[in-house]
Design a protein around this ligand. Structure first.
Ligand SMILES: CC(C)(COP(=O)(O)OP(=O)(O)OC[C@H]1O[C@@H](n2cnc3c(N)ncnc32)[C@H](O)[C@@H]1OP(=O)(O)O)[C@@H](O)C(=O)NCCC(=O)NCCS
Length: 328
């Protein structure tokens, strides 16, 4: 795969470039990530095992958007994998995504799918629309590398306000305008994504009780469940084992097939699906040939009628037709 130095011109800001195309100072990176992730995000041992190699190997898929002063405004990255279009065959965890990308790299398979791995907007730039530019830029890079499918296991950014709510309900929760309640999910849907499944066990963070006390700033005096700051779900502590375990969910989104022109999406494909699985494209299309190009509309494949079809260990496939759909 090639290594584009400058892949595109961002509409609202400076430009999109490969993160490794030049050296950024630690101060610039610290400022960029200042409003990023909670400290306990580092507690997923499986991710820790793979992440260094992944970031080293897939530099063309690791981008920075700069602002008009040539300062980092946002960054995002992802990995190429091979995926059949069957939602059941998506990795059930974030570590699984990384593992699959490495397996493909080390073997002889051909990548056909881009998985968005993470995104961060500089605190001063949040709410400015740069996140949308970021997602579009990632879709463009996928297209430039011949990766026809783009998916993302999203870490919903407002789920921490509802840590007890099941991810099935949370993902299906819509605003009055029919768009998802969660802002990050909403952005993806607005850009052309559809919810295709859930990963209830996307990341498992473990640590000693002392580590969790440090990560959360809380005292954890006894065995039990705790609501923790920025936690998408409760933390479970076992004092006798000196172990805290926290499992957080993701929401799988599939983007419409990106065009190679920045900011435009020429067509889309029907979702991965077998007969009776996945979501209808406006009522009648749930059983279409998964490879046929068709008009795509902005709507979450969730809705109150949605039900998970199988257990919580793997990817939960949603079945149902959205009750309401947003304007497009
Ligand atoms: C997730 C993230 C990249 C989105 O960037 P952003 O600049 O906030 O995105 P946008 O401004 O386009 O916001 C999307 C929506 O969220 C809303 N929003 C932004 N900040 C919000 C807040 N604090 N509270 C409520 N809504 C908020 C925006 O108004 C917008 O709503 P709209 O769809 O009605 O227009 C950014 O918030 C971030 O860096 N978060 C920390 C890292 C992270 O969680 N990344 C995602 C998982 S990998």
């Amino acid at each position: 795969m090639g290594s584009p130095e400058v892949t595109n011109t961002a509409k609202a800001l400076g430009r999109v470039e490969e993160r490794s195309a030049r050296a950024w100072t630690q101060e610039q990176m610290n400022a960029l990530f200042a409003g990023g992730f909670p400290t306990f995000i580092t507690g997923d041992a499986e991710v820790t095992k793979h992440i260094g190699r992944v970031r080293e190997l897939f530099k063309p898929f690791d981008i920075i958007l700069t602002d008009e002063s040539d300062q980092p405004a946002a960054t995002a990255w992802g990995v190429p994998i091979s995926w059949s279009r069957d939602v059941d065959e998506l990795p059930s965890s974030f570590a699984g995504v990384l593992h699959r990308s490495l397996e493909l790299h080390d073997g002889s398979g051909v990548a056909d799918t881009f998985v968005i791995g993470g995104a961060v907007v500089h605190p001063d730039r949040k709410g400015s629309g740069v996140a949308e530019e970021l997602v579009r830029a990632l879709c463009d890079i996928a297209a430039e590398h011949g990766l026809e499918k783009v998916v993302a296991p999203l870490r919903p950014t407002r789920k921490h306000l509802y840590p007890l709510l099941d991810i099935v309900e949370y993902a299906a929760w819509l605003r009055d305008d029919g768009l998802p309640r969660d802002p990050w999910l909403r952005l993806h849907v607005r850009v052309g994504g559809n919810v295709i499944g859930l990963a209830p066990h996307a990341q498992t963070m473990t640590g000693t009780v002392a580590q969790w006390e440090e990560w959360t700033g809380l005292k954890l005096p006894a065995t039990g469940d705790y609501i923790i700051p920025s936690g998408l779900a409760p933390l479970h502590v076992e004092k006798t084992d000196d172990l805290g375990t926290y499992v957080e969910p993701n929401i799988w989104v599939r983007h419409r097939r990106p065009a190679t022109q920045h900011g435009s999406f020429a067509s889309c494909r029907t979702p991965a699906g077998r007969r009776g699985r996945g979501f209808a494209l406006h009522g009648t299309d749930a059983t279409q040939d998964p490879t046929s190009a068709r008009e795509c509309r902005h709507h979450p494949r969730g809705g109150r009628g949605s039900k998970p079809t199988h257990g919580v260990d793997g990817v939960v496939v949603l079945v149902g037709t959205p009750e309401r759909r947003p304007p497009h």
